[in-house]
Design a binder for this molecule. Structure first.
Ligand SMILES: [Mg+2]
Length: 122
């Protein structure tokens, strides 16, 4: 069975990149949204296997959104995807329970490694 992803990013370009990079893999984009509020709503509706989460977005940022999703569903598998590469940010994300971190610009191998890591952990 393929793994269903929800992509959260205020840039639609990232959605298109993600769809292209995941073509022919076991992962497919099942939902997309552009901000945190929408993400909380859509997560409940589509129950994705994995969430990829941008950090810098208008309104709630990706860390706040990840925290809120994990509060509702402690089993949520979230991978941060961002160019924000500071150690503090990564530690904060890990502290929240985020499974992996992928840097932008997104490399296919990094993305697949992170998604596989996230889907292995339970
Ligand atoms: Mg952004």
């Amino acid at each position: 069975m393929g793994k269903r992803l929800m992509v959260v990013d205020d840039s639609r370009v990232v959605l298109l990149q993600m769809q292209k990079l995941l073509e022919g893999t076991e992962f497919e984009v099942a939902g997309y949204c552009r901000d945190g509020e929408e993400a909380l709503d859509l997560y409940g509706k589509i129950q994705p296997d994995i969430v990829t989460m941008d950090i810098i977005m208008p309104g709630m940022d990706g860390l706040e959104t990840a925290e809120a999703i994990l509060e509702d569903d402690p089993e949520a598998k979230i991978v941060m995807v961002s160019s924000l590469a500071y150690d503090g940010t990564i530690r904060e994300a890990e502290g929240l329970g985020v499974k992996a971190f992928v840097y932008k610009p997104i490399e296919k191998s990094d993305l697949l490694d992170a998604l596989e890591k996230a889907s292995e952990e339970s």
